[in-house]
Design a protein around this ligand. Structure first.
Ligand SMILES: *[C@@H]1O[C@H](CO)[C@@H](O)[C@H](O)[C@H]1NC(C)=O
Ligand SMILES: *[C@@H]1O[C@H](CO)[C@@H](O)[C@H](O)[C@H]1NC(C)=O
Ligand SMILES: *[C@@H]1O[C@H](CO)[C@@H](O)[C@H](O)[C@H]1NC(C)=O
Length: 220
């Protein structure tokens, strides 16, 4: 009974995965990362005979190609930023903005053939201009160590992914805690990355003993 139930469930599970893939049209979308100001080219790469194409943005049809002609259907959507390229039947959205991030699709049909719709998931990012490391340090008397709290901070893009390397550390996230013994130092590099740009910054921290009463850990 148990064996039957298990195999039954796994078959159902497999079926469910197939059904979900079939109904979730975005599962085969191509994810494209662009920087603000870049262009996105959406090419209808099909035989030209009797070709009819619709370009859509978040489900809204904004441009057509029909009878060898382009037509802007929703001029207010990208204003003056659309370019039609006759030679290769493509549409270019120029001067991308953060809010252009969304789903594009290219629906095309030829003489008695409906082509598979192409889905493009656009993510527009600001360029990371700079990254810097800030840190605080506290002396833990009981353990005889300096505890450093480091934070990596990027400007430009507000939401890049951060990682740290150096001092036998390899970790993700904007924050990093490390402890050092007196006179020990560590050189750490933070990487801020958002797929369209990357910035590195390196900082050396030293655990310094300055007096019996008070131990300060200062920047080298
Ligand atoms: C399509 O044509 C445009 C305009 O001529 C050109 O800028 C673009 O590079 C072409 N794209 C491809 C994929 O050949
Ligand atoms: C350092 O301490 C200040 C004040 O307590 C705090 O605002 C700041 O976020 C701390 N920075 C780090 C990197 O922990
Ligand atoms: C670092 O230490 C602080 C204070 O002990 C803690 O709140 C924080 O979660 C720690 N961060 C990491 C990344 O371990």
């Amino acid at each position: 009974m148990n064996v039957f139930q298990e195999s039954c469930c796994s078959i159902l599970g497999v079926l469910l995965v197939f059904l979900l893939q079939g109904s979730c049209v975005d599962s085969d979308a191509e994810v494209v990362h662009k920087a603000v100001g870049d262009s996105l080219e959406l090419t209808a790469d099909y035989p030209k005979d009797d070709l009819e194409v619709q370009w859509k943005y978040n489900g809204i049809n904004f441009a057509d190609y029909q009878n060898n002609n382009f037509k802007t259907v929703k001029p207010e959507l990208f204003h003056e930023r659309l370019k039609m390229n006759e030679g290769n039947i493509s549409i270019t959205v120029a001067d991308l903005k953060l809010q252009d991030s969304g789903s594009f699709s290219i629906v095309a049909e030829g003489k008695s053939v409906q082509y598979k719709t192409k889905f493009i998931e656009l993510r527009v990012h600001d360029l990371i201009r700079d990254a810097k490391i800030e840190y605080n340090v506290s002396w833990l008397q009981s353990q005889n160590i300096c505890m450093f709290h480091l934070r990596c901070l990027a400007s430009g893009d507000q939401n890049p992914s951060y990682s740290w390397t150096g001092h036998q550390i390899q970790t993700q996230g904007s924050h990093l805690n490390i402890s050092l013994r007196p006179a020990e130092s560590a050189t750490l590099t933070c990487t801020a990355d958002n797929t369209v740009s990357v910035r590195y910054t390196t900082e050396t921290v030293v655990c310094t003993e300055t007096s019996e009463e008070q131990r300060l850990c200062v920047k080298s």
